[in-house]
Design a protein around this ligand. Structure first.
Ligand SMILES: Cc1cc2nc3c(=O)[nH]c(=O)nc-3n(C[C@H](O)[C@H](O)[C@H](O)COP(=O)(O)OP(=O)(O)OC[C@H]3O[C@@H](n4cnc5c(N)ncnc54)[C@H](O)[C@@H]3O)c2cc1C
Length: 483
């Protein structure tokens, strides 16, 4: 609805209402405030309007109005990226894509799903179950109401990234609307009616991945599916020393036999059981818990994989490291229902999302397996100095070709001193991860300068030229990636 408090650009709001109707253009102060910020320390900016398009033609119409008014447009679905990436430019338009939420195809032969931006992880899981439960995808630790397509565009990660790589690699192609209204289709679907692969032509799909909505509004995305094994079990492996833990995860990744080996450091366990700010670990407590997923088509295959897991644990114990025997997650849930948050994804990690201070932020980075210990050790030192517990989520990626380290913090979002503390922490932490050869993914605007300083100048220049070629007016999600 068009409200009197739409601060500026009454004209543009009127044009939007005329085109989309009053029920799909919102300008009231309360709703605009909801879209102005996220759970992080990133600066809020209030949009002038939120528009809910339902089709590609409507997105083109929205962009035409925005171009004429030189008004920024930020795409968004749930806004839960935890990096300030869907915070709009001040006075811009938010293009809320949650109503474009059709699963257009589940292709069983070439094994992909074709989704619109508003399709959530919860929707996709339900649809795959209804279609015979034949396939799995890479569920993140994100809540079920978040967007599959946005996660892929941000090169996210989840339960199958140790096996198959980050989500950007799962994309066979996209359909996108450029700032000038051109509609492009990339990947095999640029020629073939079937969205079967990313190649074999020049990889235009990459123009939209990790670009944070600055190069186009993606309206369709083909996501690879993988056959679901008949049997699956998740075990928790507690490890007591960091060096042993990383060695264990390296060895598990190299077997090529397991789906997941996600590590959660001890503060996560304490927070799961109600400790708001964990202060210390007793020497008798594990440093990190690994969630290891084992899947198989037969009981014999499962038994073999269990035996290889036990062997891997024996191998790291022989180096002098302390590990407990694997614990079946269902037994843990029976003893304590809180563990169910770690048993099946997508999930709602309430101890993070509903933490009392309301603030949730992190630096998540992809980088070399060889410097995991260094990155963790130096990262924890900086966190401790700023008064934060060493909350880390880590896993090997793509068979151990690289790893992820995510340093997570909760904080009091309404307290300016706490926000300042987070900003000071991140300014130091980003240098630590970069020194260890890691690169932040879902790069938050505040970390862009640190990354750009280290980027190859030719690559930096090329990025600017690409941006200018597809969005000459710089209206798409300005302020991100240094654009
Ligand atoms: C507790 C918690 C745990 C999480 N765990 C994980 C995890 O394990 N792995 C993981 O990958 N993520 C994780 N996330 C982050 C995030 O929730 C997911 O990646 C999610 O799928 C993103 O969806 P969204 O709807 O929140 O995206 P949004 O925040 O709405 O959008 C993200 C970005 O994509 C852009 N964008 C959105 N739609 C389009 C479009 N159609 N075209 C172009 N650009 C677009 C936006 O402008 C923005 O830059 C977690 C989040 C929370 C809160």
């Amino acid at each position: 609805m068009l409200s009197r408090d739409a601060r500026t650009g009454g004209d543009i709001a009127l044009r939007l209402v005329n085109r989309f109707g009053g029920d799909r253009v919102v300008t009231d102060r309360a709703t605009r405030a909801l879209y102005a910020s996220d759970s992080t320390e990133n600066e809020p900016h209030t949009p002038r309007a939120i528009v809910y398009p339902k089709s590609v033609d409507e997105i083109r119409a929205l962009l035409e109005i925005a171009r004429e008014a030189r008004c920024p447009v930020t795409s968004r679905v749930a806004g839960l990226n935890v990096g300030g990436l869907a915070i709009p430019a001040e006075g811009g338009i938010v293009c809320d894509l949650s109503r474009m939420n059709r699963i257009l195809d589940v292709n069983r032969s070439e094994q992909y799903a074709l989704v619109e931006p508003g399709v959530t992880w919860g929707d996709l899981k339900e649809r795959l179950a209804a279609a015979g439960d034949e396939f799995v995808v890479n569920y993140p630790l994100a809540p079920p109401e978040t967007s599959v397509l946005a996660c892929c565009l941000m090169d996210g990660l989840g339960t199958l990234t140790m096996r198959y790589g980050s989500m950007g690699e799962w994309v066979n192609g996209v359909e996108a609307v450029l700032a000038d209204g051109t509609v492009v289709r990339t990947g095999a679907a640029s020629v073939s009616p079937v969205w079967f692969s990313r190649g074999p032509l020049p990889d235009l799909t990459g123009l939209f991945i990790n670009f944070q909505g600055t190069t186009g509004i993606v309206t369709k995305l083909a996501l690879q599916l993988w056959p679901k094994r008949r049997l699956r079990e998740r075990v928790i492996v507690p490890a007591y020393e960091w060096a042993g833990a990383f060695e264990f995860s390296r060895r598990i990744a190299r077997t090529g036999l397991f789906d997941e080996c996600g590590g959660f450091s001890w503060p996560a366990a304490k927070m799961l059981f109600g400790v708001a700010v964990p202060v210390g670990r007793a020497p008798a407590e594990p440093a990190i818990f690994f969630a290891v997923d084992v899947s198989a088509d037969t009981h014999a295959e499962l038994a073999l994989k269990r035996a290889i897991l036990a062997d891997t644990i024996r191998g790291v114990r022989a180096l002098g490291f302390h590990f407990d025997a694997p614990l079946d997650v269902n037994a843990l849930i029976a003893a304590s229902p809180g563990f169910s948050q770690f048993s099946d994804l997508p999930t709602r990690l309430t101890f993070l999302i509903d933490n009392p201070g309301g603030g949730l932020t992190w630096i998540g980075a992809y980088g070399p397996m060889s410097t995991m210990e260094e990155a963790a050790r130096d990262g924890f030192c900086v966190m401790a100095r700023h008064g934060f517990p060493p909350l880390l989520v880590t896993r090997p990626m793509k068979g151990g070709h690289y790893a992820v380290m995510r340093f997570v913090e909760t904080f009091r979002r309404a307290d300016p001193a706490d926000v300042a503390r987070i900003r000071a922490l991140h300014a130091e932490l980003v240098e630590v991860v970069l020194d260890a050869g890691y690169i932040p993914y879902k790069l938050p605007p505040s970390l862009v300068p640190a990354v750009m300083r280290r980027m190859d100048p030719g690559a930096r220049d090329l990025l600017q030229r690409v941006k200018a070629a597809v969005d000459a007016q710089h209206i798409l999600n300005p302020g991100k990636l240094g654009f």
